[in-house]
Write a protein of this length. Structure first.
Lengths: 217, 227, 243
C-alpha cells in the first residue's frame, strides 16, 4: 500500500470516529443526519472527479499524451464509485428527513444523470479495441458530459419550479454548530485524499496494463 | 473545384436520403414502431386515473426518442458496410461538412416520423385538434436539432465498437434528458391550454441546447474518425 | 511545386512510419515516384501495404516521417485529397444505390462538372455501362470491383492508389482494368498498385518493391524483365521471413 493510500485510510477512519463519537446529534434530524458527513464530501469529490475528467479529456485531444487519457480513465472510475456512494447515502438520509427515499431534487438528479454518463464512459472504454481510438472517443464523451451539466441543472430547476413537490421538512441549514462544521471539513479533506489515492492506484494499474499490451504486440 | 462546406453537406444528406428512400426499411420500421408504441402506451395506463389527453405529451416524447434512435443506428451502418466511409473521408471535403450532411439526413428522418406520429397521438388520445398541434410539431423541430447532433456523433462512435446497437442508447439517452424534459413540459402546458409565455424558459433551454451541441458535436466529429 | 514541372516528384515518401498502439505497421519507408511511374508493391498479409495506401489517401496520419503528393505534405488539405484516387479491397460503394448513382455521388464530392455524364463515361471506360442502373448490391464481385474502379477514376486523379484491384475480377475484367490503367499511365497518372498477383502487378510496373514487416526489403527502380525470377526471389524472401 502506498503512503498516499495509508494517509487516506487513516483520514477516513479519523472521520468516522469523529462522526460517531465526537459530533453532536442533530436536534431535528436525529442520528440520520450523520450520514451527511459522508454524503456531502462524496458529492464534492464526484463532481471534482468528473471535472478533472473533462479537463484531462480536453488536454488529451490537444496534446495527445496517453498519460492524460490514463488519468481521465482513472478519475472517471473513482468518480463513478463516489457517485454511487452519493446515490446510496442520499436516499438513506432522505428517508427520515424528507419522508421519502427519493426526491427529484436538483443535486440528486444531477448526480444520477452523471452516474449514467460516466457508466456509459466506462462501457465505451471497454468496447473499443484500438488504444488511440479509445482515448479519443472517451475524451469526446468526457468533454460533452461536462457540457451537459448546466442543461440538466437548468431543466431540473425549471421542472421543480413548475411542479412544486410536497416538502416534509425544510432541509436548509443556515448555520451549523462549529463541532459539526469541523467534522464536515475533516470529511471533505479525508474524502479528497481518498479520491487521490484511488485515482493514483488506478492510474498505476493502467500504466502496467498498457505496458503489458505493448509487450504482447 | 470541390464543393464548399454546405454544398458538400447537402450532397451527403441527399445521398443518405436516396439510400433511405430506396430501401425505406428504417423509415417504415421507425414509423410502425411509433404507431405500435402509441397503442401499447394507451393500454398501459389506467385512463380513469389519468386522462388520455394528459398522457399524450409524454407518449409523444418517448416515441420521439426511441423512434429517432432507430434512424440513428442506420446512419453510420450504411457507411461501415463496404467501408464507404473511407471514400467519404478521402474525398476533398472537410470532415465537419460530412457530419453536417449526415445530421441533416437524420433530421429529415426524425421529423418524417414525427410528422405522422404526433397527429396520430392527437387523434388516438382524443386531444382536441387545434393550433396546439402546430406548436408541438414546432417543438419537435427544435428538439430534433439537438437530438440529431448528439445522436449522429455517437452513432459514428458506436459504429466502430463491438457493441454498436446496444451502446448508442446508453451513450445518448442521458443527453436527451434535458431535451425531453423541456419538450414534454412545454407541450403539456400548451395542450392544457396554458398561455405560451409560460413555456418561454423551456424554449430558450431547447434553443441553447441546439446551439451548444450542434457546434460541439460538429467540432468533435473528426476526433471520432480513424486518424 | 507546380504540375508543369515534369521532373518534380508526384509522390515523395520519406522515412514514413505508422504505429497502432505499440504495433509498428509501417516502420520507415521511403520512395519517390514521378508522373507516369507505376510502383507495384508486394508483401504478405500484415506487411503494411494497406497502411501505406491509407496514409497516402489521407485516411491516416503518420506517426513519423513524411509523405508528399505533388509537393504537399500529407494528410494535407482538401485540394491534396482531390488529386488522389483510391481503390480499396472493399468496394467503398453503397449497396442500395445504383452503379451510376454511386459514381455520380463521388463525382459530386470532387466537384466534377456534370456528374451524371462523368459517371456514365467512367462506367463505360471499365465496360460496365450496361449495369449503370443496377443497384450495386446485386452485382457480382467482379462487376462490383469494376464499378469501384470507376468510382476511383471519375474525378481524374493524378495519383491512383489501388489496393488489390484485381480481386474477384474474371479474365475480361482484369483485361479491362489493365488497359484502363495503361491508358492512365500513358497520360501521366502515377500508380501505386498493391497486389498478391505478381504477374498482373509486374505487367504494369515501372518499379517494384517488396514490403516485409513494415519495411521495404527490396526495391527495383526499373521494370522487371524476368517476372519468373522475381516471383521466385519474392517467395524466398517471404519464406525466409516467416521462418
Amino acid at each position: 500500500m502506498s503512503r498516499l493510500s495509508l494517509v487516506a485510510a487513516v483520514a477516513m477512519c479519523a472521520t468516522y470516529i469523529r462522526v460517531f463519537f465526537f459530533t453532536p446529534i442533530d436536534r431535528f434530524q436525529g442520528a440520520a443526519q450523520k450520514i451527511f458527513y459522508i454524503h456531502a464530501p462524496a458529492a464534492w469529490v464526484a463532481f471534482l472527479a468528473f471535472f478533472l475528467v473533462a479537463i484531462a479529456s480536453g488536454m488529451y485531444l490537444w496534446l495527445r499524451d496517453e498519460r492524460l487519457d490514463r488519468f481521465a480513465e482513472s478519475s472517471a472510475e473513482s468518480g463513478v464509485i463516489f457517485t454511487t456512494v452519493v446515490l446510496i447515502t442520499g436516499p438513506i438520509w432522505g428517508r427520515p428527513v424528507w419522508g421519502t427515499w427519493w426526491e427529484w431534487e436538483m443535486r440528486l438528479t444531477l448526480t444520477l444523470v452523471l452516474w449514467f454518463v460516466y457508466l456509459a464512459y466506462l462501457v465505451l472504454r471497454s468496447v473499443v479495441d484500438d488504444v488511440q481510438m479509445r482515448a479519443r472517443y472517451s475524451a469526446v464523451l468526457g468533454m460533452l458530459g461536462a457540457l451537459l451539466i448546466p442543461f440538466i441543472h437548468l431543466s431540473v430547476y425549471l421542472f421543480r419550479t413548475q411542479h412544486p413537490l410536497p416538502v416534509v421538512m425544510k432541509t436548509s441549514r443556515p448555520s451549523m454548530p462549529n463541532d459539526m462544521l469541523l467534522t464536515l471539513a475533516i470529511g471533505f479533506f479525508a474524502t479528497t485524499i481518498l479520491y487521490a489515492a484511488f485515482t493514483r492506484t488506478r492510474y498505476r494499474i493502467a500504466t502496467v496494463r498498457d505496458a503489458q499490451l505493448g509487450d504482447d504486440a | 473545384m470541390p464543393p464548399d462546406f454546405f454544398a458538400a453537406a447537402l450532397i451527403v444528406a441527399r445521398k443518405d436520403l436516396a439510400i433511405e428512400f430506396r430501401t425505406r426499411s428504417a423509415y417504415f420500421s421507425a414509423l410502425v414502431f411509433a404507431l405500435l408504441a402509441i397503442v401499447v402506451f394507451y393500454f398501459a395506463w389506467d385512463r380513469t386515473a389519468v386522462g388520455s389527453g394528459d398522457l399524450a405529451p409524454g407518449v409523444i416524447w418517448v416515441i420521439f426518442v426511441f423512434g429517432g434512435l432507430l434512424g440513428l443506428h442506420r446512419s453510420f451502418g450504411v457507411e461501415m458496410h463496404d467501408r464507404a466511409l473511407d471514400a467519404l473521408l478521402a474525398a476533398p471535403v472537410p470532415r465537419e461538412s460530412l457530419f453536417v450532411g449526415k445530421a441533416l439526413a437524420n433530421l429529415v428522418f426524425v421529423l418524417g416520423v414525427q410528422v405522422i406520429a404526433i397527429p396520430a397521438v392527437f387523434v388516438l388520445y382524443k386531444v382536441p385538434l387545434g393550433i396546439e398541434i402546430l406548436y408541438v410539431i414546432g417543438l419537435a423541430v427544435l428538439a430534433a436539432i439537438g437530438f440529431v447532433a448528439v445522436g449522429t456523433l455517437f452513432s459514428s462512435m458506436a459504429s466502430n465498437t463491438r457493441l454498436a446497437e446496444l451502446l448508442l442508447p446508453l451513450l445518448t439517452l442521458p443527453f436527451f434528458i434535458p431535451v425531453v424534459v423541456a419538450a414534454a413540459s412545454s407541450s403539456q402546458r400548451v395542450i392544457a391550454g396554458r398561455p405560451l409565455a409560460e413555456s418561454m424558459a423551456w424554449l430558450q433551454l431547447l434553443v441553447a441546447f441546439d446551439i451548444v451541441f450542434v457546434y460541439a458535436c460538429t467540432f468533435a466529429f473528426p476526433y471520432t474518425l480513424e486518424e | 511545386m507546380t504540375r508543369s514541372d515534369a521532373s518534380a516528384p508526384e509522390v515523395e515518401v520519406s522515412a514514413l512510419a505508422r504505429h497502432f498502439g505499440r504495433r509498428r505497421a509501417l516502420a520507415g519507408v521511403s520512395f519517390t515516384l514521378r508522373a507516369g511511374d507505376a510502383l507495384a508493391l508486394f508483401g504478405p498479409n500484415g506487411a503494411g501495404k494497406t497502411t501505406l495506401l491509407r496514409l497516402l489517401a489521407g485516411l491516416l496520419k503518420p506517426t513519423s516521417g513524411t509523405a508528399r503528393i505533388e509537393g504537399e505534405l500529407l494528410p494535407g488539405t482538401a485540394t491534396t485529397r482531390s488529386r488522389v484516387g483510391l481503390i480499396s479491397h472493399h468496394s467503398l460503394l453503397y449497396g442500395a444505390l445504383t452503379a451510376a448513382e454511386n459514381v455520380a455521388f463521388s463525382a459530386r464530392l470532387y466537384g466534377v462538372a456534370d456528374p451524371e455524364q462523368a459517371a456514365l463515361r467512367a462506367l463505360d471506360r471499365l465496360g460496365v455501362a450496361d449495369r449503370a442502373a443496377t443497384p450495386v448490391r446485386l452485382l457480382s464481385r467482379g462487376l462490383l470491383q469494376r464499378v469501384s474502379a470507376a468510382r476511383a477514376l471519375v474525378h481524374g486523379p493524378r495519383v491512383l492508389l489501388a489496393d488489390e484491384p484485381y480481386t474477384g475480377l474474371d479474365a475480361a475484367g482484369a483485361a479491362a482494368l489493365t488497359s484502363v490503367l495503361q491508358e492512365l499511365l500513358a497520360g501521366g497518372t502515377t500508380l501505386i498498385l498493391v497486389t498478391h498477383q505478381l504477374d498482373e502487378g509486374l505487367a504494369l510496373a515501372t518499379q517494384a518493391a517488396i514490403l516485409l514487416r513494415g519495411q521495404v526489403v527490396r526495391h527495383d527502380h526499373t521494370a522487371i524483365a524476368d517476372p519468373a525470377a522475381y516471383t521466385a526471389a519474392y517467395r524466398a524472401l517471404v519464406r525466409a521471413d516467416a521462418a
